[in-house]
Design a protein around this ligand. Structure first.
Ligand code: IUR
Length: 450
């Protein structure tokens, strides 16, 4: 067997690592029998030389089995599903989709992440609900899936420990944006959930990890190939991420928008993502014969409030007081009697008459991150009440001086420069072009397993 420096050299010089090589590297990482500088050097060698498909597959498998792999009761065969999004602005899809799928009979052990840089994280959003506990053991996850059908939790200590190490070093070594490393990181965790089917929401555009459709498609195709090789039925959608999903960005505000969606009042773009991603999973599990039937099942689960009941039950199962969960899910909730409202709100006004052509989601999210809605370093706290509500829609004709954005802030207050940046994020024009009309729909392509 090669020593670690030899393994690094082999990759550095562009050779293909054998299964044994990759296994030895991941074992060393997991058992901490390797120096951090050596792990960093190997990450950089992988970043520079890339990996062939079989290496990425082996890396994913080895990482997956570096810790516990969940197992489910045999009667759940074909029902355990999850989704992964590559990160967006205002992305509260999981909060609506997990309970909707549970209402359709699926089992959804959703292991989510925290926000980093300008993108939000589902766990941060849920933690704005008093009492919500994202830390659940494997036994508790099994129990919640038995009684409710869905849970949204953080990665447990014992799940893919190799990814914990590699992920933190990737930030420090500028090796985050490597296709094999991204693929192995995402899919090792999904593999450890022992899923039957997985749908990926791979985003492209200004506010996404990948800026253009072609590079997002390359990631999607690679993820699908490895996912399917692990025995998980894996599909992907490619969706545009230039503005915001829905009208709210910021943790508590997004929980409110998700609850409104579960009460039947969701914005169209959010519901398009929820029904499409949900339909793809129902198709793969055989609970729908085509996408339109799948979409109908998801829409009905929401319209009938069965999805809302599942969300209420999930909150209770994850530590929220029954009274609080009931109040949040009642039709006439005063959300701010439960969720913390920011100490200050201010409304920005349109600078002239016109049609709303564009809102730059990256600028909006960047300012909100600095105001405390997001974090710039792993482990930093976020202020759940900071965020923004869009008060206008794409394509809407507006008069000069009407409020278009309500900013929720505490400490720090927005600077004049930040307010100017936000004002520039709004693009007004005279007529809506076909390009703007296209922005009303987010899903651009669907990739189903062969
Ligand atoms: N999410 C993950 O779980 N892993 C990654 O490498 C990225 C996002 I980028």
């Amino acid at each position: 067997m090669l020593l670690i420096p030899d393994l690094i050299k082999k990759k550095r010089d562009g050779a293909v690592l054998s299964d044994e090589d990759i296994g030895a590297f991941i074992q060393a990482v997991t058992k901490k029998n390797i120096q951090e500088c050596q792990t960093g050097a190997m990450l950089m060698a992988i970043w520079q030389k890339g990996m062939v498909a079989t290496e990425t597959e082996t890396l994913t498998r080895e990482m997956m089995s570096s810790g516990d792999v969940m197992s489910w009761p045999t009667e759940w065969a074909g029902l355990v599903v999850d989704k992964h999004s590559t990160g967006g602005v205002g992305d509260k899809v999981s909060l609506v989709m997990a309970p909707a799928l549970a209402a359709c009979g699926c089992k959804v052990p959703m292991i989510s992440g925290r926000g980093l840089a300008h993108t939000g994280g589902t766990l941060d959003k849920l933690e704005s609900i008093p009492g919500f506990n994202i830390h659940q053991s494997a036994e508790q996850i099994l129990q919640i899936l038995s009684s409710v059908g869905c849970c949204i939790v953080g990665q447990t200590e014992m799940l893919v420990p190799a990814d914990r190490v590699l992920y933190s070093l990737r930030d420090a070594t500028s090796t985050v944006d490597s296709l094999p490393l991204i693929t192995a990181s995402i899919l090792s965790k999904k593999g450890a959930e022992s899923l039957f089917a997985l749908v990926l929401d791979v985003k492209f555009g200004r506010a996404a990890l990948y800026k253009d459709l072609d590079s997002a498609k390359e990631l999607a195709q690679g993820l699908m190939d490895v996912g399917n090789s692990l025995g998980i039925r894996t599909a992907a959608i490619l969706s545009s991420m230039d503005g915001t999903i829905g009208r709210c960005v910021g943790n508590s505000l997004e929980v409110i928008e998700a609850l409104q969606a579960l009460k039947g009042n969701g914005p169209e773009d959010l519901m398009e993502l929820v029904t499409t991603l949900g339909a793809v999973l129902l198709l793969m599990t055989g609970q729908a014969s085509d996408l339109s039937e799948g979409r109908k099942h998801i829409s009905e689960a929401v319209a009938s409030r069965r999805a809302l009941s599942k969300f209420q039950a999930m909150m209770e199962a994850q530590g929220v007081a029954a009274e609080t969960a009931r109040a949040l899910c009642s039709p006439d909730t005063d959300y701010y009697s439960i969720l913390h409202k920011s100490a200050h709100q201010t409304e920005l006004q349109t600078p002239e008459d016109g049609v709303v052509l564009d809102v730059d989601g990256l600028v909006l999210a960047g300012v909100l991150q600095k105001l405390g809605a997001g974090r710039s370093k792993v482990g930093e706290a976020v202020n759940h009440s900071v965020g923004a509500e869009m008060l206008v829609s794409l394509g809407q004709r507006v008069r000069k001086g009407v409020p278009w954005l309500r900013l929720h802030y505490e400490d720090p207050a927005p600077t004049l420069d930040q307010i100017n940046q936000l004002q520039k994020a709004l693009v007004l024009g005279t007529n809506e072009s076909t390009e703007t009309q296209q922005k009303h729909t987010l899903v651009r392509e669907l990739l189903l397993p062969r």
